[in-house]
Design a protein around this ligand. Structure first.
Ligand code: ADP
Ligand code: MG
Length: 263
């Protein structure tokens, strides 16, 4: 689906190399290796607790790694390499690099006291990327892109879950990230609102932004993903083209997971 764009996209290369992460002595990521090409759309699947959210969070350094590295276009997000060792960067530099990687959460995480438009302009203004009128223009364009041109002045509580999630996507796009991460973007939605959000994500897939999407929507993964990656117990157990992996899973745990999700 995004293959044509993938050939023309020039930035947004994600390289995850041997990433390990433990919480309280329990290893949650056990040596993840994954390269995502510029403009590629990857669906990340796996059972609850397999480490999907943690992996996403290491990509924009909301979570540090114990071992290994994550780079976007060759640049480490949270660290710099000095004298052969990784040193965590200063907060301000982390924030700058983090803007290259947008993330959309299951529960939208909009600011409740700000309107849709104010939610979207907040980061570009705080980072002094744009002046007030340019930021407003950008936000109105993004709201239009997610089908909410008429909701600029609505507060989150006045919007449906699907509309809130579309505002959250517009907000993530406002910083023009090279990579966009979605962590179960439709799991908190009523079934009838899932489609409108998936439609917006499908649309993004066509525009050359690298997308990594954690989802249990198998039909959607099949339709938009260039590649499906299965995580289990903190390791990649199987990956490949959707048609291969979803229809002919090789690993027993992949089969078991798909059987559960599809029923
Ligand atoms: N901040 C944390 N502190 C302690 N344990 C955590 C933390 N974040 C995640 N975990 C644990 O790591 C494991 C993987 O979690 P997660 O990445 O959220 O999995 P998934 O998104 O695949 O459901 C789970 O056992 C979870 O309880
Ligand atoms: Mg999760």
């Amino acid at each position: 689906m995004s293959t044509v764009i993938a050939e023309t996209a020039t930035s947004g290369l994600v390289e995850i190399h041997n990433v390990h992460k433990s919480f309280g002595g329990v290893e949650v990521l056990s040596g993840i290796d994954l390269t995502v090409q510029p403009g590629e759309v990857v669906a990340l699947l796996g059972p609850s607790g397999s480490g999907k959210s943690t992996l996403l969070r290491t990509i924009n350094h909301l979570e540090s790694v114990d071992r290994g590295s994550v780079t976007v276009d060759g640049e480490l997000i949270g660290y710099e390499l000095r004298g052969g060792r990784l040193h965590e960067l200063h907060e301000r530099e982390i924030l700058r690099r983090r803007t290259q990687v947008g993330i959309v959460f299951q529960h939208f995480n909009l600011f409740p006291h700000l309107t849709a438009l104010e939610n979207i302009v907040e980061a570009p203004l705080a980072l002094k990327r744009l002046g007030a009128s340019d930021a407003r223009e950008l936000a109105l364009g993004l709201l239009d892109r997610v089908g909410l041109a008429d909701k600029a002045d609505a507060y989150p509580r006045q919007l449906s879950g699907g509309q809130q999630q579309r505002v959250a996507i517009a907000r993530a796009l406002a910083l023009k990230p090279k990579v966009l991460l979605f962590d179960e973007p439709t799991s908190a939605l009523d079934p009838e609102l899932v489609g409108e959000v998936l439609e917006v994500i499908s649309d993004l897939a066509r525009f050359g932004t690298t997308l990594i999407i954690v989802t249990h929507e198998i039909g959607f993964a099949r339709q938009v993903a260039d590649r499906v990656v299965f995580l289990d117990h903190g390791t990649v157990i199987e990956e490949g083209r959707p048609a291969d992996v979803l229809d002919h899973p090789k690993h027993p745990r992949t089969r078991e997971f798909l059987a559960k999700v599809l029923n």
